[in-house]
Ligand binder design. Sequence first.
Ligand code: IPM
Ligand code: MG
Length: 359
Amino acid sequence: MKARIAVLPGDGIGPEVAAEAVKVLTKIAHVYGHEFTFEEALIGGAAIDACGNPLPDETLQLCRESDAILLAAVGDPKYDDPRAAVRPEQGLLALRKGLGVFANLRPVKLYKQLLHASTIKPEVIEDVDLLVVRELTGGLYFGERGRMTVDGVEAAYDTMFYTVPEIERIVRVAFELARKRRKKVTSVDKANVLESSRLWRETATRVAEEYPDVEFESMYVDIAAMRLVRYPSVFDVIVTNNMFGDILTDEASMIAGSMGMLPSGAIGAHKPGLFEPIHGSAPKYTGQNVVNPIATILSAAMLLRYSLELEEEAQAVEDAVQAVLEEGYRTRDIREEGTTLVGTQEMGNLIVDRIANSE
Ligand code: IPM
Ligand code: MG
């Protein structure tokens, strides 16, 4: 297969982890006889530095023409000033919106070898295998916002806005995926307080009737946050809005031991999909060869699976990650006694090597 893959390394540790994922994809192409071309473009703080725009037109154009996009991370403390006019994160949001990738799949899988790297008790998390389907192009992230003066004091507002079709399509994605898994969907909202959540619950409940073979429940987000660390194995597919999905997936990453382990893939009605680790740009670790590239490598596996429909190749990457963990190699974030500490590049190389060995 020939595929054009856009690579957006972004900021901080982004370029380091992106490089490891590209190595892995290059190896897959070699072993399975595909022709992948990689084209890099700027996004986030790196793009602001270069041209003042966190999502330059060339970047969006390249992404649209590609078969899939691999993005590492955006965010730079230099632009953290709340008064900054342009911010790196705007580039990421504009890209998600521009590509129409409304469904963000964030699988949370616990590798047995990392059972003790998690801060949560092993007996609580040993059977966890869940998938968060996060709505990605609407809600609080994209609603109207602004600043104003009310009675002489400064004020600000954001709006959580959803239409019925937006809710229907994301809930359907969750049900379709649940059918291929353990057939259970939990829709997470805050319907006891928010009007947009009442519409969400009403709509999700109606869509659920189309899937009588899938078990369905609605849950408030505060309860879901509690259950995620108390009874996480009861979840199969969780579907929720943009904001709640952002928060719940960082929480859920602690089950897997580290943010450095969690991949994600965003898909829409059309190609291409956007694949990125859930973690950020970790500026304080930049250039030190210490961060975990596995989340980005597993995002590349999702890219193979969901955008290129190369299931066997995706599985080969996941198996290679598993093999390296089994052999006891760990980056700093998942280190334990009795394991071998490796850097970002070494971890990437080890995974690349295991792909050869599985042939
Ligand atoms: C994520 C990140 C982003 C988000 C940030 C970087 C804008 O936290 O992908 O979870 O909030 O969506
Ligand atoms: Mg997040």
